[in-house]
Design a protein around this ligand. Structure first.
Ligand code: ITT
Length: 204
């Protein structure tokens, strides 16, 4: 029997990627948490990805008896002290678009070269049920910030995240390619391995 997960996210890019990841993983089925848009939002203002992911999962697990997955993720630029980091979604203010955030970050990177342009995407995936966090998985992928946006695929900061092994930005990758290498894919695969394991049988 496949393990069924309900996904709690407002981000359409994340939804698309989780659907595809579950489709290729085997044994995992993902649906969006019903009525997600009308549920009270979780305040993601904690300074760490882990705290936000666990808090989000705990919060939304109140609205279903099924197993729930929430994720906190973002782009970490060490030369900027880790910014935008856990505040990636709100970087540039509440009304900023993905394009505004990309522009702001490129502005901050002005004049920075070499190792100062290193960046990594981080994803922390939390599983919860009925107000209990059951497990947390995290992973990251390393890249370099491009000097200008390139590519139309993906979402968020993908157009400026240059993935060196392929010499293309994440927005220039087909979704199947991004789903091989991304922080989200790596963290989700750990969660999926756990969910298929005998160990998980004790919790689920
Ligand atoms: P939910 O909290 O509802 O899931 P969100 O977009 O607010 O949606 P986060 O708080 O985890 O999610 O913020 C993640 C932000 O980090 C996201 O909005 C993007 O700006 C950025 N980000 C994360 N993963 C990314 C990816 O794969 N590609 C590009 N940008 C990404």
């Amino acid at each position: 029997m496949p393990v069924r997960l309900l996904l709690a996210t407002s981000n359409p890019g994340k939804r698309r990627e989780y659907r595809a990841l579950a489709g290729t993983g085997g044994g995992i089925e993902i649906d969006l948490l019903p009525e997600f848009a009308s549920l009270p939002a979780f305040d993601e203002s904690a300074p760490t990805f882990a705290e936000n992911a666990a808090g989000k999962a705990l919060h939304y697990s109140r609205f279903t008896s099924e197993l729930l997955l929430a994720e906190d993720s973002g782009l970490v630029v060490p030369a900027l002290g880790g910014a935008p980091g856990p505040h990636s979604a709100r970087y540039g203010g509440p009304d900023a678009t993905d394009a505004d955030r990309v522009r702001k970050l490129l502005g901050e990177m002005n004049g920075r070269t070499g190792s100062e342009r290193e960046a990594r995407f981080v994803a922390v995936v939390a599983l919860a049920r009925q107000e209990r966090v059951l497990a947390i998985f995290s992973d990251f992928v390393e890249g370099v910030l491009a000097h200008e946006a390139r590519g139309q695929n993906g979402f968020g900061y993908d157009p400026i995240f240059l993935f060196k092994p392929l010499g293309r930005t994440f927005a220039e990758l087909a979704s199947e390619e991004k789903n091989l290498y991304s922080h989200r894919a790596r963290a989700f695969r750990k969660a999926a391995d756990f969910l298929r394991s005998r160990e998980a049988g004790l919790l689920l």
